[in-house]
Design a protein around this ligand. Structure first.
Ligand SMILES: Cc1cc2nc3c(=O)[nH]c(=O)nc-3n(C[C@H](O)[C@H](O)[C@H](O)COP(=O)(O)OP(=O)(O)OC[C@H]3O[C@@H](n4cnc5c(N)ncnc54)[C@H](O)[C@@H]3O)c2cc1C
Length: 473
């Protein structure tokens, strides 16, 4: 029996999709420069369903890829260059167990990030990693990408919040990996970008929701002044929950959109600063932040401890990528990291690269982490604009690495940055990555040609940093 017939026999009608309209919905994620239609989409409901799909793929030598909400920004959930089955996991969205005493929640991977914190909010606990996509992205996607978010400056990336996982490895074996169980195999999973297998259950660490939150919006005449304020705050030893910057073009796009947050439109940059924690800690650190802001006073300064006002201030930041839709039909969100001390100068060079390639470039970024998101707005129907966006992106990521940073802070390598891996890794580094993947995926069927280059694209002479250099923390 052929592969599709076997799938259709195992799953009821409506859970195997092969029509073109459905396939079009799965042809790419949030990285619009790579697209490919899947062979089929299967909608599993349980670990057993996932295991059976993976086993069938193994029997027939068919490639497969996991997909959560498809908000990834590096092509991770996009079908690769061979016929690929998409496992659509967004339907597996149960909160399986909530244990407030142990401060853990066990969830299915398709549960949306924000829905977890909303479901447990009465307990005084929350899930700290908060990608700006948190209203849509799934926890499985967060773990697979080791996602960050505005509040990861203080709370750490997703990997710091994973206690255990159930992983169907690429040969169809169901494995339970948990913190403290011998060698740290669990540590390999966050950031695997769906290349080792399919996550079907996650045990996640929860943290107490803060007693008090204070947020400032400081508007500056230019980006340099905003960056100087960040350096001073970080240098003071205070650890804010978030330090986020939006540039002039982003402010204007946001204010013209449904995400308008009241950011001053004559500002060259706005800086969002947030403190959270106990009353005492927030009050003590507030005095430090306010004296730093007074050293080089912003054009305007707004401060609030009111939940509604805070939501408004964050609305512009969290909706910034969506607001970019006003600038052009397509958006390429880059994700480079640089040492914080170099933010100001690197941003100037990034803007110069944008001008050289005549692309519309805006910046919105996690300033505390040195994690930049230069955004290239373009019309993907025009091959010249596509080529310019790709080349500008390549030069910007090369610049980040030259300055001592990396090609990804939180969005992963996916298909987008495969050819940029050589900026950071030598062939022997890549060989190690391949060997680790082969332990989980000996036949190379699980999300092939993602995250790890498969060709001879990595030069012997490339700088050989340790693998752990990927990531802002
Ligand atoms: C507007 C916007 C804002 C964003 N802001 C942030 C941000 O602040 N910080 C940040 O880090 N990212 C951000 N992102 C990127 C994206 O939201 C994250 O990478 C997110 O974790 C992806 O989740 P997803 O459910 O959409 O995963 P998908 O895009 O569906 O998949 C992402 C990767 O994970 C794999 N995967 C998904 N589910 C599983 C599973 N169950 N098992 C194994 N592998 C799996 C896929 O194969 C793919 O490689 C943003 C994206 C957008 C569109």
């Amino acid at each position: 029996m052929d592969f599709l017939a076997s799938l259709l026999r195992r799953f009821p009608q409506g859970r195997v999709l092969v029509d073109t309209a459905s396939k079009l919905a799965y042809e790419c994620d949030g990285f619009p420069l790579h697209r490919r239609l899947p062979l089929a989409i299967v909608v599993p409901r349980s670990t057993e369903d996932v295991r059976d799909i993976v086993k069938l793929c193994n029997e027939h030598g068919v490639a497969f890829v996991a997909r959560g909400a498809g908000t990834g920004l590096s092509g991770g959930a996009t079908p690769g260059d061979r016929p690929t089955v998409v496992l659509a996991l967004a339907g597996m969205r149960e909160l399986v167990r909530f244990d407030p005493d142990d401060r853990v929640a066990v969830v299915q991977p398709g549960l949306v990030n924000l829905d977890l914190s909303v479901a447990i909010q009465d307990s005084g606990l929350c899930f700290a990693p908060d990608p700006s996509s948190q209203k849509a992205c799934t926890l499985g996607g967060n773990v697979a990408e080791n996602s960050g978010g505005p509040h990861c400056f203080k709370y750490g990336m997703t990997t710091d919040h994973v206690v255990g996982v159930t992983l169907v490895t690429a040969d169809g074996t169901v494995r339970h990996l948990r913190e403290g169980d011998g060698a740290d195999l669990l540590g390999l999973v966050p950031g695997h970008e769906g290349t080792f297998g399919i996550l079907t259950e996650l045990e996640l660490r929860l943290v107490p929701a803060p007693q008090k939150i204070r947020t400032w919006l400081a508007a500056y005449s230019d980006m340099s002044a905003a960056c100087r304020a960040v350096s001073r705050i970080v240098g003071s030893g205070v650890v804010p929950a978030a330090l986020e910057i939006l540039d002039e073009l982003t402010i204007r796009a946001v204010e013209a959109s449904v995400y308008a947050a009241g950011y001053p439109q004559d500002a060259g940059a706005v800086l969002l600063i947030e403190l959270d924690g106990s009353h005492l800690a927030v009050d003590t650190d507030t005095a430090v932040i306010e004296s730093i802001l007074a050293e080089e006073p912003p054009l305007t300064l707004e401060a609030t401890e009111d939940a509604e006002q805070r939501t408004r201030l964050w609305k512009g930041r969290k909706g910034a990528f969506g607001a970019m839709g006003r600038l052009a039909p397509d958006l390429y969100v880059l994700d480079g990291v640089v040492p914080r001390s170099k933010l100001e100068r690197v941003l100037q060079e990034i803007c110069e690269i944008g001008r050289t390639h005549e692309v519309t470039l805006s910046n919105v970024f996690h300033a505390g982490d040195g994690n930049l998101h230069p955004n290239l707005s373009f019309d993907g129907r025009d091959p010249i604009q596509r080529a310019r966006a790709l080349e500008a992106g390549r030069e910007i990521l090369a610049l980040c690495v030259r300055e001592g940073g990396s090609i990804s802070g939180e969005h992963g390598v996916g298909s987008e940055k495969l050819e940029h891996m050589e900026f950071m890794f030598a062939s022997h580094d890549i060989e190690i990555f391949r060997a680790v993947k082969a332990c989980f995926d000996p036949k190379g069927l699980c999300n092939p040609h993602k995250a790890i280059p498969t060709g001879a694209s990595c030069k012997e002479g490339a700088s050989a940093k340790a693998p752990g250099v990927l990531g802002a923390h």
